[in-house]
Design a protein around this ligand. Sequence first.
Ligand code: PDD
Length: 277
Amino acid sequence: PIILSQTHFTQQEDLTYPFEERGLQFGDGVYEVIRIYDGTYYLLAEHVDRLFRSAEAIKIVLPFSKKEITDLLLNLLDKNGMDSDGIVYMQATRGSAPRTHAFPSETEANVYAYIRDMPCKTDDLSKGVSTITERDTRWENCYIKSLNLLPNVLAKQAAQESNSYEAIFHRDGIVTECSSSNIFLIKNGNIYTHPATKRILHGCVRMRIEQFAANLQIPFIEEAFSTADMAMADELFLSSTTSEVMPIIEVDNKTIANGKPGSITRKIQKAYVQDAA
Ligand code: PDD
């Protein structure tokens, strides 16, 4: 495979990273995961915008403009002859320098991006998935797509150990998002989701769902709900680049509604498939 390293292309095997690298030693960097359908990016501009927002928030200067990185990412698909479903993973760290916490004075961001095949999770998307709840012990700036993912990793591992697909984060009972996705509750025909504050990642799919809801004339209410509200929900679903629009049919071993994906979830899924086509 051919990968992007800084602003040029190289064979994956040829990429080496110094051991004093701030992404490795401090998690001092940001990342993006972008969907590829049939060899075409989905929501590319939205992801590029967010990469710049994240980098700016932690004062990393990226070695390219939005236009330049967009062209490089498009080129990456061409160079790999990518024509199926997959993702691109891209990260930018503060760079390499002798280890010291404060920013090194003379260092340049390290960037790489590579693509990977990833088929749709057809079975889960049709049947829905189980989840667990976990305390959201993350910091206050979850809108930054930071490489520091330890709480997310631990929560996802806990979910996996309970044979669940995802962990739903809550702060004192208020649901924020999931370990690697956003979450939505449907009650009496309305879609509720945590407002796009610093407490959640502003998902690119979440942003599109707001549009789908508007087109379908389903009220989209940015109001947080509680773990207790979930037990009474008509429907629940989560969203992300890799999970798309995923129905949730169980939370902490309790069945949601009748245990089947609901009709509004199905409408949003349908809108997503049409949009991504
Ligand atoms: N995660 N919230 C968190 C904490 C996430 O990590 C993600 C995405 C999302 C959804 O964002 P988007 O719709 O832009 O994918 C919400 C990616 C897929 C990951 O870490 O692999």
